[in-house]
Design a protein around this ligand. Structure first.
Ligand code: HEC
Length: 164
């Protein structure tokens, strides 16, 4: 019986494997280029994030931000929502697992420029240490860490913030 079924199983398997390939390819290009995300069924998303700018931002991020926000903005072990022993908030992840994507570009820039508001956390102010261009590059890099569905939600936040 298995002998008669097996060609169909093979066809099925081949289909599954090629679907996996597509998903892997999509993950590989995620953020670096505009693409139609594997998890999204909506129209193709053009992030308008330049590859060169993402690359510059990633270098700055590795050098100045990753020690706190973790490699690839994944944060640190432990809960970023709970104040530490000093009563300060730990550095949150900046990928789409926390709330960086709830903020429009202007607010992200402000967080980087001015650091933690009112000593809530230990986020340093980068004004004077990074140029405006370098801060913008890091913001673009951070956006490149978000998945397509999250990026779409963020686009709405951004649009609302720009409405008069
Ligand atoms: C010394 C540790 C430290 C370093 C270095 C650091 N951060 Fe932070 N960052 C924090 C902490 C802590 C917070 C949370 C601040 C708060 O709650 O007040 C934060 C918050 C942020 C936020 C706001 C996130 C949100 O979800 O609202 C952004 C954006 C950010 N950092 C970007 C950066 C960038 C870009 C760099 C590098 C240029 C950087 N940070 C370097 C500790 C750090």
């Amino acid at each position: 019986m298995y002998k008669t079924i097996s060609p169909w199983v093979l066809v099925l398997l081949a289909g599954l494997l090629s679907a996996c390939d597509k998903a892997a390819e999509s993950v590989a290009t995620q953020g670096a280029l505009s693409h139609d995300g594997a998890v999204s069924d909506a129209a193709p998303l053009d992030r308008k994030l330049g590859v060169a700018q993402i690359a510059r931002g990633s270098v700055i991020f590795e050098k100045s931000c990753a020690e706190c926000h973790g490699a690839n903005g994944k944060g640190q072990p432990g809960d970023w929502r709970v104040r530490n022993a000093e009563g300060k908030y730990p550095p949150p992840p900046l990928d789409d697992s926390a709330h960086a994507w709830h903020h429009p570009t202007a607010v992200l820039m402000e967080a980087i420029r001015d650091g933690s508001p009112g000593g809530e956390g230990n986020m340093p102010a980068w004004k004077g240490k990074l140029s405006e261009q370098e801060m913008q590059d890091t913001v673009v890099y951070i956006k490149s860490l978000w998945t397509d569905p999250v990026y779409r939600l963020w686009l709405k936040v951004e649009q609302q913030s720009l409405e008069p």
